[in-house]
Design a protein around this ligand. Structure first.
Ligand code: FEO
Ligand code: CA
Ligand code: CA
Ligand code: CA
Length: 684
């Protein structure tokens, strides 16, 4: 890393992975720049990027260019924006109300909690809402269509990304512990404490219904269910049975226990839920060495599997046991089926869950690739055509991907097996505003046995490496994607990348030491989501008024400044909801202080108007948003309030957020319910 950005440490949050793309390491860049010449690497530079690709004509919607004035105005956005806030509370516009629903620890049986989160056992956590709420969908209770049906009764399905051990275990009180692991006692961690953390991860399926008084409540239902870090799952697609996923637990490589670091989500056209495994590598460790140095296979090294301590030390438990030892991916046995050297290869996938069938076994759909999946979003399903899904790899200098199914979508018979056959592509964003999808197919181009890819399973387990080899564009941390229901354009947040150097700037990632992020969008050739070419522009370069641009050319202003876009969702009227995740070590500090606490804004994709709709409490990020089908109830997740509490303050009992309950309780991740007091559509 060059000296000028070495002092910036906000790029490595507790929840984020170590950058591991060798193609963007300083040494590689030096070699490449010498060979290609510096100008060749720049591909245009900032001036071209901003003048050429902010709201470029190539991808402007036809409606905006001419005939239809109503369509050209875009969706109605009618509320008075809320100001930037640093208060430990939720602020929404005048005329809106907020209810807190399902904070961490809420029992799934519909009864009130009888214990605090600190008092809960692992077994109780397994029957309660997890923590670090993230991607989420409201499935209307009829169970037929993901966006049609009841607006008062449904299954809320949400991810639980990671945990804050200091806010889960009573023994943490008084100790100097930051927002990461808790110290390991002599002899190892207590098994029940580790299980509690494992069970607090994953996914919750919980029935909720609107009551006569207008408040929402959990309703007891046989479908209420927790899927977590130890739930048995199937492996499907080309990696099923592959040598790289055979373990002591699953010698035939067909099963694995658990899903971890479930960030954002997806909803299939056949009404199931997809959960994305994002920063999973850190939960494992590999201590293998050769000549005194770490010696990891590429499917570990390219993903940043730690070579010393695992994120929460789950492999260091008193008495050990298979359920914990699997987090140690060192080669300790005689062969791969005698140990867990391949356990981590069964993570990094998109996992399908049928929320309406509580007995269904979750399935890891390996055809969609293995990386730090932020989430997954589908193009509009079309009868008789392939299904198309987009997913970003949220790490610095990683890629955007697209999956196109081999078989066509047929509404009457569609199911998850559609995701098992098809082509995975990585995106290349050219400097002239065009782009192409590069297939990651064994035997095509450089992905051959001669180049180290023996079969499609190896390509998929090493998706990042395959995308390196075909020449995809390294991006500024791709997070959520969203597809505009009006014109099919695909939007992706690129949250930030402080490690990008001047020499590494390109048209799609135009800023060096990018603290504030941008939102890119593209239009597939002929508006066909299966196309292999597209045109793109930057919808917004986020930041303060003097360092931001929206499509159309205006800067952000007091009502709209934001940084680090992450969550992204289009409602049915084409309002684009943008959620921010300024990292814990940067919130309310330095250049990021001016943005206050993390927030949610709404944008008009046609005019570029943006207004701040919500600001959250201290230390949290706003992530996950969905409405009921009538758009009159909105659910939003607020993750990790209080995470910015310094270790010394925690030891002294000075926790900087007590949201949502106030008093002396620990801060809790929770879902909030937002309604307009006049019963109107949220955002109008
Ligand atoms: Fe889990 Fe990239 O946010
Ligand atoms: Ca995120
Ligand atoms: Ca985060
Ligand atoms: Ca983020």
């Amino acid at each position: 890393m060059p000296d000028d950005i070495r002092h910036l440490n906000y790029d490595l949050e507790a929840g984020d992975e170590i950058p591991s793309n060798p193609l963007t390491s300083p040494t590689f860049r030096q070699v490449a720049e010498t060979r290609l010449g510096r100008r060749g690497m720049l591909m245009g530079g900032l001036a071209t990027a901003i003048t050429g690709f902010i709201g470029a004509g190539a991808s402007r919607p036809a409606a905006a260019q001419g005939a239809a004035p109503a369509a050209a105005r875009g969706p109605a956005i009618g509320f008075k924006p809320v100001p930037v806030s640093a208060a430990d509370t939720v602020m929404v516009p005048e005329g809106y109300s907020v209810q807190v629903l399902i904070p961490h620890g809420t029992p799934l049986n519909g009864q009130p909690a009888t214990k605090t989160v600190l008092e809960m056992t692992a077994a109780e956590q397994e029957q309660a809402i997890g923590t670090h709420h993230d991607g989420m969908h409201f499935f209307p209770i009829e169970g037929r269509e993901p966006e049609q049906g009841s607006s008062t009764d449904g299954l809320l399905v949400l991810n639980h990304e990671y945990v804050a051990p200091r806010f889960m275990h009573a023994r943490a009180a008084g100790q100097s512990i930051g927002d990461s692991r808790i110290p390991v006692p002599a002899g190892g961690r207590e098994a029940d404490e580790v299980r509690k953390e494992i069970f607090a991860h994953g996914v919750s399926v919980v029935r909720i219904a609107k009551q006569a008084n207008g408040q929402w409540q959990v309703v007891a239902d046989p479908r209420n269910r927790r899927v977590h870090g130890a739930t048995a799952m199937e492996i499907a697609g080309p990696v099923r049975g592959h040598a790289l996923v055979r373990t002591k637990y699953s010698p035939d490589g067909t099963r694995v226990r658990g899903t971890l670091n479930n960030c954002a989500h997806g909803v299939t056209p056949w009404n199931t839920y997809l959960t994305a495994e994002e920063n999973w590598a850190g939960y494992f460790r590999n201590l293998d060495q050769r000549d005194g140095r770490p010696n990891l296979p590429r499917e570990h090294a390219r993903y940043g599997v730690p070579t010393s301590q695992a994120r929460y030390n789950w492999d260091q438990v008193q008495g050990g046991g298979d359920e914990f030892e699997r987090f140690n991916c060192s080669s300790t046995g005689a062969s791969a089926t005698d140990d867990y050297r391949n356990e981590v290869n069964a993570f990094g996938w998109i996992v399908e869950i049928d929320p309406f069938n509580p007995n269904s076994v979750p399935v890891k759909r390996t055809t969609l690739g293995r990386f730090a999946h932020e989430g997954v979003v589908f193009g509009p399903p079309r009868e008789g055509r392939p299904v198309v899904a987009y997913s970003g790899d949220d790490s610095m200098f990683e890629y955007v991907y697209k999956f196109v199914s081999a078989r066509p979508f047929n509404r009457a018979t569609a199911n998850g097996s559609l995701l098992d056959e098809g082509i995975l592509y990585a995106a290349k964003f050219n400097a002239d505003g065009t782009g192409e999808w590069l297939p990651l197919q064994h035997g095509v181009g450089p992905l051959t046995a001669a180049n180290g890819f023996a079969d499609q399973g190896e390509v998929l387990v090493n998706t990042r490496r395959a995308a390196d080899v075909v020449g995809a564009t390294p991006m500024d941390r791709p997070e959520w994607g969203a597809v505009d229901p009006r014109d099919g354009q695909v939007y992706f947040t690129l949250t930030n990348n402080p490690r990008r150097t001047e020499a590494q700037r390109d048209a799609a990632n135009p800023r060096a030491a990018n603290q504030f992020g941008q939102i890119i969008r593209w239009r597939e050739a002929n508006d066909d989501h299966t196309a292999t070419r597209f045109t793109w522009d930057l919808f917004v370069i986020a930041g303060p008024a003097d360092n931001s641009r929206v499509a159309g050319g205006a800067a952000l202003n007091a009502d709209s400044v934001f940084a680090c876009p992450d969550g992204l969702w289009f409602d049915a009227d084409s309002r684009l909801w943008i959620q921010t995740d300024i990292g814990e070590s940067e919130q309310l500090r330095g250049n990021l202080a001016q943005f206050g606490n993390n927030a949610m804004l709404v944008a008009n994709p046609i005019t570029g108007e943006i207004r701040r709709f919500l600001t959250g409490p201290i230390g949290q990020e706003v992530t996950g948003v969905i409405t009921t089908p009538d758009r009159r109830t909105m659910f939003v997740n607020l993750q990790h309030p209080g995470a910015t509490t310094p270790a010394a303050d925690f030891a002294a009992g000075r926790i900087n957020s007590r949201w949502p309950h106030g008093g002396e309780g620990v801060p809790l991740s929770a879902t909030i319910v937002i309604t307009k007091n006049d019963g109107g559509i949220v955002g109008t």
